[in-house]
Design a protein around this ligand. Structure first.
Ligand SMILES: Cc1ncc(COP(=O)(O)O)c(C=O)c1O
Length: 421
């Protein structure tokens, strides 16, 4: 979406100097309608009860906490625990939010969902929710991501969704969000099911609310099994929904360190275009209708970004996470593609768990952090998703299939526009 013709600030949707709405009036009206529907739904015990029922008997919550005794022993330091969002139905945290928003859409009388996706996990979760609730679903996905997350494209198609490959720009998550927003403006009767804590208000609040189950559960489970809180919790940060979901449970516990792990790609020192570490290297700006920290080029436009993890390949970040950085409540670090790949390998081999490449970023941080911790200290990492979708990336000989996907680049797909997969 083009940045702003009209500015609409919404005090409720701001986090310090971030968030708000920078959108045309046509979208502002839709966002007002969404905010009213969300408030009424959250105040309705039958909506909350239906959501709880779905999270329990459809998603399989609560997701467990697993202690990684082997890795902890190998690293000779603190104890590592995982919050197992990979064990949710559809294999990631994205389903928590997709079901919440789809239920909201149903309550609003909507019959069509629009979604963007990077790694395909949010697209799959949206397609799943649409199938369950008898709605149609169109998922916009960058053409590079269609190639590198092909397994999830098949899953979305099997679930009855239409997948539209976006060939604009870098052909990754930013362009998918652009296309989904444009499609919403064209069909305002549809419901835009946004997948992370980004976008104009009230989306960051809605997504945080539906993902807060992660932090609520994790805090309770950890207290029950250990009789105390973890010393530190960590999560990877793309748009920031799994991090915000986890952090929200511990915000008031000032003694618990909150660490967000950003995609350092080929290395921050290589400069713009080689990473997507927004909070570590970006500056204040507006993207996709909200104010936040952005990686931008010299002309102020969102810069090209790169991460081996399609779900982290985004030039902006959730406004609340940016605010938590400025207030010092959360800290952010970056790990490289290679470090994430090494963490992927180690979790597979040492614990028998195949992590999503997104989640492997948080694990890569854990591999560095644990040796610095004392044996009685605990680090809880959100394992945001499972890694079946990434096997073609990790074992690249199977990956090419007619496309050459390079660092942040798209070769072999020349023309602009959209195509249906
Ligand atoms: C498994 C997994 N983890 C993390 C992310 C990053 O998104 P977010 O930062 O909103 O949690 C994605 C995005 O697709 C994902 O699929």
């Amino acid at each position: 979406m083009r940045q702003t013709s009209t500015r609409q600030k919404n005090a409720r949707g701001t986090y310090g100097e971030y968030g708000g709405r920078f959108v045309p009036d046509s979208i502002g009206v839709l966002l007002d309608e969404l905010e009213c529907a969300f408030d009424s739904a959250m105040a309705d015990p039958s909506f909350v009860a239906e959501m709880d029922r779905l999270l329990g008997e459809y998603v399989g919550r609560p997701s467990p906490i697993t202690e990684c005794a082997n890795l902890s022993r190998e690293l000779k330091g603190g104890r590592l625990f995982l919050k197992r969002e990979d064990l949710n139905h559809t294999g990631a945290h994205k389903i928590n939010n997709a079901l919440g928003q789809a239920l909201l859409a149903k309550r609003m009388g909507k019959t069509r969902l629009i979604a963007e996706t990077g790694a395909g996990m949010h697209g799959t979760a949206s397609a799943t929710a649409a199938a369950l609730m008898g709605m149609s679903c169109t998922v916009y996905m960058g053409a590079v991501d269609v190639a590198r997350q092909a397994r999830n494209v098949s899953r979305m198609k099997a679930l009855g969704a239409t997948v539209v490959a976006v060939r604009e720009g870098q052909g990754t998550l930013k362009e998918a969000v652009d296309a989904a927003l444009a499609a919403w403006v064209e069909d305002p009767e549809a419901f835009y099911l946004l997948g992370s804590v980004v976008g104009p208000a009230p989306y960051p609040e809605i997504v945080r609310t539906f993902q807060s189950v992660i932090g609520r559960e994790a805090r309770r489970q950890f207290l029950e099994r250990e009789g105390r809180l973890p010393d530190e919790v960590a999560a990877c940060v793309g748009g920031g929904s799994n991090a915000m979901g986890l952090f929200s449970g511990f915000l008031e516990d000032r003694e618990v360190v909150l660490t967000g792990v950003e995609p350092g790609g080929k290395g921050l020192e290589k400069g713009l275009g080689f990473h997507a570490a927004t909070l570590c290297a970006g500056s204040r700006g507006v993207v996709h209708g909200f104010r936040t920290v952005v990686l931008s080029d010299a002309s102020g436009e969102p810069a090209p970004v790169h991460s081996i993890a399609a779900g982290l390949d985004y030039p902006g970040v959730g406004p609340e996470l940016a605010h938590l950085r400025d207030t010092g409540r959360a800290r952010y670090v970056a790990v490289t593609d290679d470090e994430a790949l090494e963490a992927f390998r180690r979790l597979c081999r040492s614990e028998g768990i195949i992590p999503a490449l997104e989640s492997a970023h948080a694990l890569a941080y854990a591999l560095k952090r644990l040796p610095e911790m004392k044996p009685d200290q605990a680090l809880l990492v959100n394992l945001s998703g499972r890694g079946d979708k990434d096997l073609d990336t990790v074992f690249p000989e199977k990956h090419q299939k007619g496309f050459t996907v390079g660092a942040g680049g798209l070769n072999g797909i020349q023309s602009r526009g959209l195509f249906y997969v």
